[in-house]
Design a protein around this ligand. Structure first.
Ligand code: S3P
Length: 447
């Protein structure tokens, strides 16, 4: 929709990618900081005593939504400037009532973790978000928080906005998570900081453990025994420096792009390889990928490596269900890998994909079929017949950042250009994606 004077506001808000077919990826690709860890660095830094210096912070819209929420609650936060952020902690009870609803934008992590962290505060607060977030299920956090004694109201069907009102006290609970969700686990643990007695969470499957690791770094004793994680209410947090590694979920697009495109050879430095996040590497290796972890080390309590990935002929597999939660954000790109693998790939046990930024099972299956790939959605996954020629075509990303970036990589092996609509939300997790991908060899441009 071009106006006489160039792009109008709608174009800017929605953004379309055009990717020329073919090519390969090469060289050093430094992806931005981890989104999950960036959120948590602000949240824990804000309620700690003292000043928390964060480096490697993700300057993406989701993490910035968390930052703005704490600024609106009176926390002085400097930056971000080249990944550096300084959080002047106000202590557990130092937050102030915001004068308007806190806007979590597109970010489920902001809304669900904030719900837990704010459930025990002494003021009322409303949490809202964009059109996508306002369609995402919140009863999964509302239910355990109410069990803890919190006053939390959602809209009909458990949807946002959430309204939290103060209560005299929260009590610790022992909560068996009905689904593998790090956001729900984290919401309960953060509320547990404000509760009387012990709070514990039982996970059906291991999920990302950044909250637990970072709470320990801030001096709070969090214990793990098998699939039970527990902490005691009343703990105070003490500021500590946080280094945010590069996000393996952003690296994933390059792991898949380089794997499928002959001639590719990419080095991704300083990527977080926390074992609760490395399902993408395990699954790609089962498919025959050529991925090497170099220079493994621990930085700020999180394991990190430089990851080298070279092209390899992938083969279809049945994805083991025990790897699903460990790769939950990487399925959009894994579906692309499967389309370019020989033989059939079957994904099961991944029904959580239906309640992400979009219904990632439906949206990815629709997109793959548009490009001529045989992809059949199932209630909890997908069956993809790989190895056929992928054509070009138009993809609706439904405003889902990971869908957009995954289809961008698919063009490396397509026979015609791929046009992807509604890509502005790539900025929620991966600012600078088009420049970085283009420098690495992807024929991508914004229209
Ligand atoms: C996240 C947890 C996951 C993930 C999301 C980030 C987190 O969500 O999909 O992108 O930072 O805790 P669920 O808890 O809904 O699985």
């Amino acid at each position: 929709m071009r106006g006489g004077h160039g792009w109008n506001q709608t174009d800017f808000m929605t953004q379309t990618y055009r990717i020329e077919p073919g090519g390969f990826l090469n060289g050093l690709v430094r992806v931005p900081g981890d989104k999950s860890i960036s959120h948590r660095s602000i949240m824990l830094g804000a309620i700690a005593d003292g000043v928390t210096e964060v480096t490697g912070f993700l300057e993406g819209e989701d993490a910035l939504a968390t930052m703005n929420a704490f600024r609106a609650m009176g926390v002085c936060i400097e930056g971000p400037l080249q990944g550096k952020v300084t959080v002047h902690g106000v202590g557990k009870y130092g937050l102030k009532a915001p004068i308007q609803p806190l806007d979590c934008g597109n970010s489920g992590t902001s809304m669900r973790l904030l719900a837990g962290l704010l459930a025990g505060q002494r003021f009322s607060v409303t949490l809202t978000g964009d059109d996508s977030l306002r369609k995402r299920p919140m009863e999964r956090v509302v239910r355990p928080l109410r069990e803890m004694g919190a006053q939390v109201a959602s809209q009909a069907n458990g949807l946002p906005p959430l309204v939290l009102d103060p209560v005299s006290k929260l009590k610790g609970i022992h909560y068996a998570l009905p689904m593998a969700s790090a956001q729900v686990k984290s919401a309960v643990l953060l509320a547990g900081l404000y509760a009387e007695g012990e709070t514990s969470v039982i996970e059906p499957e291991p999920t990302r453990d950044h909250t637990e690791r970072m709470l320990r770094a801030f001096g709070c004793a969090v214990e793990r025994e098998g699939n039970v994680i527990r902490l005691s209410g009343g703990a105070e947090l003490t500021a500590t420096p946080i280094h945010v590694p590069a996000d393996i979920s952003s690296a994933a697009f390059f792991l898949v792009g380089a794997s499928i495109a002959p001639g590719s050879d990419v080095l991704l430095p300083d990527v977080g390889i926390n074992p609760t996040r490395t399902g993408i590497i395990d699954i790609l290796k089962l498919m025959g990928a050529n991925i090497e972890l170099q220079n493994q080390r621990v930085m700020g309590g999180e394991p990190v490596a430089d990851i080298r990935v070279r092209h390899a002929q992938l083969r279809g597999i049945e994805v083991p269900e025990n790897l699903v939660a460990l790769a939950i954000d990487e399925f959009p790109s894994l579906f692309i890998a499967a389309a370019h693998a020989t033989g059939r790939t079957v994904v099961t046990g991944a029904e959580e994909l239906r309640v992400k930024e979009s219904d990632r099972i439906q949206v990815m299956a629709d997109g793959l079929r548009n490009l001529g790939v045989s992809a059949t959605s199932t209630p909890d996954g997908m069956v993809i017949e790989g190895g056929a020629t992928m054509g070009g075509g138009v993809i609706e990303s439904h405003g889902d950042h990971r869908v957009a970036m995954s289809f961008a990589m698919a063009a490396l092996r397509a026979t015609g250009p791929i046009i992807i609509r509604d890509c502005a939300n790539v900025a929620t997790s991966f600012p600078g994606f088009t420049e970085l991908a283009s420098r690495a060899g992807l024929g991508i441009s914004c229209q």
